[in-house]
Design a protein around this ligand. Sequence first.
Ligand SMILES: Cc1cc2nc3c(=O)[nH]c(=O)nc-3n(C[C@H](O)[C@H](O)[C@H](O)COP(=O)(O)OP(=O)(O)OC[C@H]3O[C@@H](n4cnc5c(N)ncnc54)[C@H](O)[C@@H]3O)c2cc1C
Length: 454
Amino acid sequence: MRARIVVMGGGIAGLSVALMLARRGFGVTVLERDQAPPADLADIVEWHRPGAPQTRQLHTFLGLFRQDLRTHLPDVYEDLLAHGVEEVSVATPTGTDGGDPELAVLAARRPVVEWALHRALCKEPAADMRYGTSVRRAEVREGRIRAVRVRDGSIDTDVLIDAAGRRSPFRDDFTGLEQDVDCGVVYNTRFFRLRDGVRRPPLTRGVTTMVAGDGFGAGLFYHDNRTFAIGIGRLPDDNELKALREPEGFDQVAALFAEFEPWLRPGASEVLTDVAPMAGLRNTLRRPTEDAPAGYFLLGDALCTTDPAFGRGASVALHQAVRLATAFAEQPDDLPGLAAEVNAGALAWVRPYFDDSVQSDVVRTRLWQAALAGQPLPQGAGVPPVNVFTLMDAGERDPVLWSAAQRCANLLAPLEELDTPENRERLRHLWSTGWRPAAATGPGHADLVDALAR
Ligand SMILES: Cc1cc2nc3c(=O)[nH]c(=O)nc-3n(C[C@H](O)[C@H](O)[C@H](O)COP(=O)(O)OP(=O)(O)OC[C@H]3O[C@@H](n4cnc5c(N)ncnc54)[C@H](O)[C@@H]3O)c2cc1C
């Protein structure tokens, strides 16, 4: 008889892999240290998630996430749309439909997505969900996972899927760091809800409106049920902006942005949450150690974290869950024996996104540091380098570049499809016509410092 599969962690990765495995006939137990989500979506703001503090941060769910959800968990996709999640086209710069129908993203708060995944999993007879249950350690004999230990006993299993996120308890036992690089950014986020009758803020990049600053960045992210969040990113050692984590300072600063201010007035929205700071962010890639036991699988943030600036984490987690569930369904007879191959495949798939995130963080950190030091920006004077942000800017004039940028940004095309001879030539041509990337338009760093001092 097959032992049950144990999934450690009930975040995006854990819930989605458990759901797909249960539907393929596997017995699955999900062990989650936090409490279950509320039954009523209206209470979602109250859901306490100390095990996954990033759930209090703004999120966007990219094209790949939407595509995987529609394909592999269509009932969850429909449930989300039925509960206030909106689909926003990114096929054109203006957000109007037309062109590639795959190019759409989901406007949802992160806990709302988990709420829907949890609801679906509760209906699966093959799934057993245990909230408030921390996995403490794993029992390994003869090189194989045999059981996991929780507070009141142990659960036999020969398959342990580690979906416990960036702070997985097994990160030092069964995995080693392949690479670990500081993201160089601290985020502060606050959520709001539009009042009845107030129109949705204009969005310039899918579900977001981004504002580049001199030494900082800010964004408005639209979410489900007329909620939205403002996020402001700063350098970790920029102590002048530290007070952004205080509600009064945050609100003063957020109101400096012309793109955000009309929606922050008392008549336009109400505050939903405190300011949630998130520091210590790292791009981290792990690989199982040589002697990692058979039956140990890595998923989501437990395998790889990247700078949230690209909004890739949830898409990566769901896509890896799809790949893992497919591998199990294709070769169900020796699941523990699949671990080395499946883990290696997941690592190889995520590697280009990891590398891209590390490189982009280096560039952003240099730009922000130079801006704060009043030095010339280290980006050169000629045609800018090809990356997602440049091509999105240029894409407002050239639909081919827009589409290429969006397909790569939404993980619907590999990153190699960005820097092609054709795209470089199109960029050069635009440059020769006088086009230039959008310059920072918002308040300056000194304005933010002044607002915080008020
Ligand atoms: C500031 C910020 C903004 C972000 N914005 C975006 C975005 O816009 N779009 C996007 O796609 N991604 C974004 N991300 C990343 C995204 O949130 C993560 O990549 C995603 O949550 C990974 O899901 P996961 O299930 O692997 O891990 P998690 O969501 O961290 O889930 C892990 C789960 O394991 C549980 N757990 C931990 N230890 C144990 C244990 N010992 N026993 C049992 N359970 C345990 C935790 O409680 C948690 O529920 C952002 C991240 C941050 C920090």
